[in-house]
Design a protein around this ligand. Structure first.
Ligand code: FAD
Length: 214
């Protein structure tokens, strides 16, 4: 992807990544995103929410009454941010403490999805993003539920990733200091599924939750 005025990484530009595969991989691995926009009332808001990528489109959904969806439908530009943390970087100097991460920012002006087929496919993508295999098992949205859900589509054509890897980067004169330095790896872990207490007898959790993977 060609960097634009908005997506060119200036601060530590060597960490900037514009390859679509790398951007997609971060969008797909992250369970949630944060959507930044200027709300109808004129002040900035950042809202955590679920997203899903389908090809070159990022889908967001929610109640038609949500401020995010109302503001965006009214024409607000958004900046969607996704962050994966891979490690805590403990340097010798406080100044050089950092994190290893993979993050993505997508800019644009989402459109509301009104075509019923695309809306259903977007809801499938969002469901599958959270639990791959769930769409085939769960009851699909009915007319009322579809009316009660707004879906937005954002083209992933103005986007950047930023990636930090590796050990701390201290000042040369600090490397001999008797201070432990290194990286504490961070990983997201998923536990064993817990049955809904009112589940009828004999229903076992499906494989995609007993062996949940991202
Ligand atoms: C887990 C984590 C912790 C961080 N902690 C800090 C911190 O404590 N202090 C701090 O100043 N910064 C921190 N950063 C880096 C921060 O995200 C910004 O990159 C940095 O603040 C520079 O912002 P800027 O707008 O001045 O950068 P610029 O380089 O001017 O940004 C220009 C463009 O580069 C792209 N870009 C910039 N940052 C990112 C990013 N993180 N992911 C994807 N694209 C990006 C965007 O398209 C952006 O519009 C952290 C990042 C992560 C992921």
């Amino acid at each position: 992807m060609e960097p634009t005025k908005r997506t060119e990484v200036h601060r530590l530009p060597e960490r900037g990544v514009y390859g679509i595969d790398a951007i997609n991989a971060v969008l797909d691995e992250a369970l949630i995103c944060h959507v930044g926009f200027v709300a109808e009332a004129g002040y900035p808001v950042v809202i955590p929410t679920i997203h899903a990528r389908s090809g070159t489109t990022l889908y967001l959904h929610g109640s038609p009454a949500s401020r995010m969806l109302r503001s965006i439908k009214a024409g607000a530009d958004v900046c969607v941010t996704v962050t994966l943390i891979d490690g805590l970087v403990l340097a010798r100097a406080v100044f050089h403490h950092s994190m290893n991460y993979r993050s993505v920012m997508v800019f644009g002006n989402p459109r509301e999805v009104t075509d019923p087929d695309e809306k259903m496919r977007a809801l499938e993508a969002i469901t599958e993003h959270v639990a791959h295999g769930r769409w085939a098992d769960a009851r699909h949205p009915n007319e009322i539920e579809l009316k009660g859900t707004t879906v937005l589509a954002l083209n992933i054509d103005e986007s950047s990733a930023k990636v930090r890897t590796g050990p701390p980067a201290d000042e040369n004169e600090d490397y001999d200091l008797p201070i432990w330095a290194g990286v504490v790896p961070v990983a997201t872990a998923f536990g064993s599924p817990v049955d809904d207490p009112v589940l009828p007898d004999g229903l076992e959790p499906p494989g995609y939750v007993t062996d949940y993977r991202r």
